[in-house]
Design a protein around this ligand. Structure first.
Ligand SMILES: Cc1cc2nc3c(=O)[nH]c(=O)nc-3n(C[C@H](O)[C@H](O)[C@H](O)COP(=O)(O)OP(=O)(O)OC[C@H]3O[C@@H](n4cnc5c(N)ncnc54)[C@H](O)[C@@H]3O)c2cc1C
Length: 415
């Protein structure tokens, strides 16, 4: 049993966990991060949103990220069926100060953030796996963890607050069966990296390109240099076309063959990694916090990556959780009541994105995205959403309310 006077135990050192740890350390709170892997390690989720830079600036890491990664000034959408295209540039959002984001190889990006948390004073243990959250009644009090370098070493660690930031592993939500799939987002992603794929030039070089076709959409995320992340998100009905025993690479190529536009963007390019697949990736949990515990990032839900929202929700969620935790510790009340505002803020942001994503698949938002005579205000609204300006539960500006009213999220029910 270890009681080292930590304020917070953070399970997982991805962008959610490391941002939380860094933000807590800046507030003088003692945080311990347990991360199962040794960084650097591959991770999907490579296109960031501009509004994460608010957090990077606060934490003093934005300049380092700017030195290392390719700037992303906008998002270009192309529709194979109609030949229409539309580019949204973040400088045209309601807050043009955040006019770029970054395209990042996650192995390097996640390591930079975790190292930064360490530099600011958080304790980080890599190759430590959280096995279980320990409860005293309904209140989380600690964690049982294993040192993977000394597998016989399983210890119990205690702190007033435990944060599950284990990403899609959803350590706590899986154990407590608090997870539900999101209606009509039963998609599969196939992805790899390529050398020499097409990219735009000048300031547009770093744009994400999204190509829509009959079975879903492709992403093209250029990194600094000549490597591009290329993936496709497809419907479950298209996945059923995969033949038994057909290698994933062959099915991936066959998917590209259905979209001449997407195929053209990788013509002559070299595939650098085996194709990976992830199925049914959108889910929600019934509660984002309880007595002595919180979820941050994917551990508390995941939304189809159409608008590259996952890392932003984890990063901004980490920063907001730090604020709520700091206040709760100061007030000496770590019960669920202290985290209600955190939960409401994250839910507001997620549901805004969710409604628009669901409407995209239903067809309505797709029309608006490519509208030839789009009103300038609509363009600004879409651009602001795409830049990640979505955490507005307190202010509810008219443009955010417009999105929520026009594209209401359809939520799963929990038993
Ligand atoms: C196909 C696909 C494409 C995507 N594209 C994008 C994109 O372009 N842009 C974007 O922003 N997002 C994208 N995402 C989402 C993005 O990957 C995630 O939202 C983001 O990584 C969430 O960060 P996190 O810190 O919550 O979780 P993670 O980044 O998953 O980090 C969790 C960490 O916890 C560790 N861990 C897990 N279990 C344990 C344990 N028991 N003990 C200790 N440590 C543990 C893991 O090793 C990991 O390092 C995409 C997702 C998918 C599926």
């Amino acid at each position: 049993m270890e009681k080292r006077g930590w304020d917070v135990l953070i399970l997982g050192g991805g962008p959610g966990g490391s941002t939380l740890a860094a933000s807590l350390a800046r507030r003088g709170r003692r945080a311990l991060v347990l991360e199962r892997e040794r960084f650097p390690r591959f991770h999907i989720g490579e296109s960031l949103l501009p509004r994460s830079r608010e957090v990077f600036e606060e934490l003093g890491v934005d300049e380092e990220l700017d030195r290392r990664f390719l700037r992303k000034y906008g998002a270009r959408f192309l529709c194979g069926a109609t030949g229409r295209e539309s580019t949204y540039r973040f400088a045209e959002s309601f807050e043009p100060r955040f006019h770029h984001a970054y395209q990042v190889e996650r192995a390097e990006f996640d390591q930079v953030l975790l190292e930064h948390a360490r530099k600011l004073g958080a304790e980080v243990r890599e190759e430590w796996e959280a096995k279980d959250v320990l409860f005293d009644g309904s209140r989380a009090v600690g964690v049982r963890a294993k040192n993977l370098r000394e597998p016989s070493e399983v210890v119990e660690l205690f702190a007033p607050i435990v944060v599950d930031a284990t990403g899609r592993d959803t350590l706590l939500a899986s154990r407590t069966r608090r997870k539900a799939s999101i209606t009509r987002l039963d998609k599969t992603a196939l992805f790899s990296h390529y050398r020499g794929a097409f990219r735009q030039s000048g300031q547009d070089e770093g744009n994400i390109q999204i190509v829509i076709f009959e079975h879903g959409w492709f992403w093209f995320i250029p990194f600094r240099g000549d490597v591009t992340s290329v993936g496709v998100v497809v419907s479950s009905s298209w996945m059923q076309q995969k033949q038994k025993g057909e290698p994933l690479e062959a099915f991936y190529d066959r998917t590209f063959a259905r979209s001449p536009l997407a195929a053209e963007l990788i013509a002559g390019a070299e595939r650098l990694r085996p194709v990976s697949a992830l199925a049914d990736f959108s889910y929600r949990v019934d509660q984002l916090a309880g007595d002595g515990w919180l979820f941050v990032g994917d551990a508390g839900g995941f939304l189809d990556p159409l608008f590259s929202t996952g890392a932003h929700l984890a990063i901004k969620g980490g920063a907001l959780a730090a604020e709520a935790i700091d206040q709760a510790l100061r007030a000496g009340d770590v019960s669920r009541a202290s985290f209600v505002a955190y939960e409401a803020n994250v839910r507001y942001a997620v549901d805004l994105f969710l409604g628009v994503v669901q409407s995209f698949y239903a067809g309505q938002f797709r029309e608006t995205l490519f509208e030839p005579n789009q009103r300038p205000t609509i363009r600004k609204i879409i651009t602001s959403m795409l830049s990640g300006d979505v955490f507005h539960v307190d202010r509810r500006p008219p443009w955010a309310s417009f999105l929520r009213d026009h594209y209401p999220a359809e939520l799963p029910t929990f038993a």
